[in-house]
Design a protein around this ligand. Sequence first.
Ligand SMILES: Cc1cc2nc3c(=O)[nH]c(=O)nc-3n(C[C@H](O)[C@H](O)[C@H](O)COP(=O)(O)OP(=O)(O)OC[C@H]3O[C@@H](n4cnc5c(N)ncnc54)[C@H](O)[C@@H]3O)c2cc1C
Ligand SMILES: NC(=O)c1ccc[n+]([C@@H]2O[C@H](COP(=O)([O-])OP(=O)(O)OC[C@H]3O[C@@H](n4cnc5c(N)ncnc54)[C@H](OP(=O)(O)O)[C@@H]3O)[C@@H](O)[C@H]2O)c1
Length: 283
Amino acid sequence: MTEQTPVNETTAVKATPTLPDAQTVTEIEHYTDRLFRFRCTRPASLRFRSGEFVMIGLMGDPHPETGKQKPLLRAYSIASPSWDEELEFYSIKVQDGPLTSKLQHIQPGDKIILRPKPVGTLVHDALLPGKRIWFFATGTGFAPFASLLREPQTYEDYDEVIITHTCREVGELTYGRDLIESLKHDELLNEVIGEGFWKKIKYYPTTTREESPKMGRITDLMKSGEAFKDLDVEPLNPESDRAMICGNLAFNLELKEMFEEYGLEEGANSKPAHYVVEKAFLD
Ligand SMILES: Cc1cc2nc3c(=O)[nH]c(=O)nc-3n(C[C@H](O)[C@H](O)[C@H](O)COP(=O)(O)OP(=O)(O)OC[C@H]3O[C@@H](n4cnc5c(N)ncnc54)[C@H](O)[C@@H]3O)c2cc1C
Ligand SMILES: NC(=O)c1ccc[n+]([C@@H]2O[C@H](COP(=O)([O-])OP(=O)(O)OC[C@H]3O[C@@H](n4cnc5c(N)ncnc54)[C@H](OP(=O)(O)O)[C@@H]3O)[C@@H](O)[C@H]2O)c1
């Protein structure tokens, strides 16, 4: 693993380009005034499991007195799968956010800092074998599932893959919708996993604050039974169903409570079980 160069007064101003942990931005796509994705180079030494997250960031502003710059790092799910030669990230833009107020302006060729220490609970290893896997996301919580939906093991391990994504507005669904659509035409994945592998996916997007074909929080739609009826599946049960959750804290807690009622147990890398949870952001 590479270590970051300590920043002292003499190296401060030119720190970002010379950092051993610097990676180059290769592609950017903006979706809304709050969401974008970008791709960057991948360090040759970086090995990760699809679904894990890393710390990424930029150099902070120089200290007004000393001129020193410190790395400004935040946790980010890797949205690309483990086999991809580049890395992809799906990001929020918080207008007064220390990192994303700057990160939203990156351009191809710019450097970002990436600490090559992947971690996380949203990995296949943390689940017992099952028939059907559910991915539950709100907002940017879709990111780890963008990785897992492109991971061959997802389709080797399960007969059915259900992805639910709840957002406030329709435009916030675009990244996920485009990605799922692209799987149909992905020659490499269709060859490696098997022609038509994407037919195992059931995609269930919902919005809460803008009109769309399916309105409502996924939690409410499950409680009323509407989601199961729409998807033509039985409610989750510990024999056949496995799940991964990535959303805001309230969403995660609400689903956890529902899962315990279904009889599902929370798993971890060290003790695989029926479902795993990760926060999409801290609050
Ligand atoms: C395990 C983990 C994985 C994460 N993965 C991602 C990811 O893949 N993509 C991503 O955009 N963010 C992700 N985050 C959030 C990320 O770490 C930062 O919080 C985010 O980039 C904003 O940074 P900031 O410095 O601009 O603002 P911060 O000071 O970090 O956040 C300011 C406020 O903005 C809101 N906020 C922060 N992040 C989000 C978000 N993602 N969606 C909605 N509101 C948010 C919260 O209210 C927060 O208090 C992840 C967080 C954790 C803990
Ligand atoms: N998205 C925006 O347009 C917007 C704009 C400005 C500021 N912000 C701020 O940014 C932060 C994050 O906003 P966000 O929209 O990205 O994420 P969010 O608030 O986590 O909402 C994402 C989606 O999750 C749903 N949700 C929230 N709690 C849930 C629960 N317990 N169970 C099921 N679904 C649940 C929301 O539905 P509900 O709509 O019913 O809550 C929404 O559809 C917030 O602090 C917000 O104030 C957001």
